[in-house]
Design a protein around this ligand. Structure first.
Ligand SMILES: [Zn+2]
Length: 369
């Protein structure tokens, strides 16, 4: 990074040097600054400052933390698939779109595997900001319908996820409100770590297991819990386990090889469309977060994803295949003894099953094994 600074209200998504931006000054964590609001905006004073009158919110956040028995032990599930647009991406979208509104963005665009696009479309609808979204043509129908219903212009792009990114980056007609580039999106996602800490009685869990594509949940957990440790609220960081699909695992490969950065791959086909990212922008930071917490990057097979999806549904939780990757990994780690059943393991459930019902229905034949 070149350390060039831009004013907080500037409409920029990356540095002139081509690097990604970070928020220059994030407030230190002080528990007394937490407000009583049942929304992630309870942490407003602990987040990068945004003008209150420009806030674009649907009272997102403060999702339940629910005990769920998997086949090899119990975990606590963070129910982020219950957020307003049906995925954890609302945490980033509420900050990003509030910033867009404050900065007076007249028209924006982004690319997404689906959920971030739906989140951005929903929050832009609420803010009255026109929005174009480049989405892989093979994305789940529910996500495409959602984006159109919110009034955004949907641009389906054939081919892998990277093609949608290329088309979006070539669009110079409006501001690139990229959830993968813009630092405020990551600042919003980290609030789930603070909620978990509050919900566990102001304690850190032993382990956090999250799906990993571009890594916002990994980086969010790391930054969120690190802020708590820096403030003396917790003694140690939870181990962070990042989960990828076997069919697309560039971060896993870098981790397994002891590499410092991620080498891009061509994604294979996987049900976990939300993490089929061949070239994560912040690969280096994802690897650092996992290593600094003594965690790991693990992969799950398509069979494991389907088994976890069915198991969760039989516990009353209907999540999309991408979301099932995390409990699938947690169950295997428990079975292998890499996680202990007596430990507090938090698994983030990221996306609602209703978004992908067409893809899920054929997976249910044969019942639960
Ligand atoms: Zn720079």
């Amino acid at each position: 990074m070149c350390r060039k600074e831009y004013p907080g209200k500037a409409l920029v998504w990356r540095c002139e040097c081509g690097g990604y931006l970070e928020v220059a000054e994030v407030p230190a964590f002080v528990p007394s600054a937490i407000q009583t609001l049942p929304s992630l905006w309870r942490y407003r004073r602990l987040l990068p400052p945004l003008p209150e009158e420009a806030t674009v919110s649907m009272m997102e956040g403060w999702t339940p933390l629910v005990r769920v028995p998997l086949s090899a032990g119990e975990v606590s599930c963070k129910m982020d698939f219950l957020l307003p647009t049906g995925s954890y991406k609302d945490r980033g979208a509420t900050l990003l779109v509030s910033y867009l509104k404050a900065a007076g963005a007249p028209h924006v665009h982004d690319d997404s595997s689906g959920n971030a696009g739906a989140a951005l479309a929903g929050y832009c609808a609420r803010a009255g900001i026109p929005c174009d979204l480049y989405i892989p043509a093979h994305a789940s129908g529910g996500k495409l319908a959602q984006i159109q219903a919110y009034g955004a212009r949907l641009v389906p792009v054939p081919g892998p996820r990277e093609e949608a990114k290329k088309a979006s980056m070539a669009d110079a007609a409006s501001f690139y409100a990229s959830h993968n580039w813009h630092p405020l999106f990551f600042e919003g996602v980290k609030t789930y770590a603070w909620e978990v800490w509050e919900q566990l009685g102001r304690a850190a869990p032993d382990h956090v297991v999250v799906p990993c594509g571009y890594g916002s949940l990994v980086i969010g957990a790391y930054r969120g819990f690190k802020a708590l440790r820096d403030a003396g609220e917790i003694d140690r960081l939870p181990r962070i386990f990042a989960v990828q699909a076997s069919a697309c695992s560039p971060v896993y490969q870098a981790f397994a090889q002891g590499a410092g950065d991620v080498v891009p791959v061509t994604p294979g086909t996987t049900l976990a469309e939300g993490i089929a990212s061949g070239s994560p922008l912040r690969g280096r930071e994802i690897l650092e977060a996992v290593r600094a917490t003594d965690g790991a990057v693990v992969t799950v097979t398509e069979d494991e994803i389907v088994r976890a999806l069915r198991l969760l549904a039989r516990r009353g939780m209907f999540v999309e295949p991408t979301a099932a990757a995390a409990p699938a990994a947690a169950d295997r780690l428990l079975r292998e003894g890499r996680l202990r059943a007596a430990d507090e393991t938090v698994v983030v459930l990221t996306g609602n099953g209703l978004k992908a019902w067409e893809k899920i229905r054929p997976l249910l034949e044969g019942g639960v094994s």
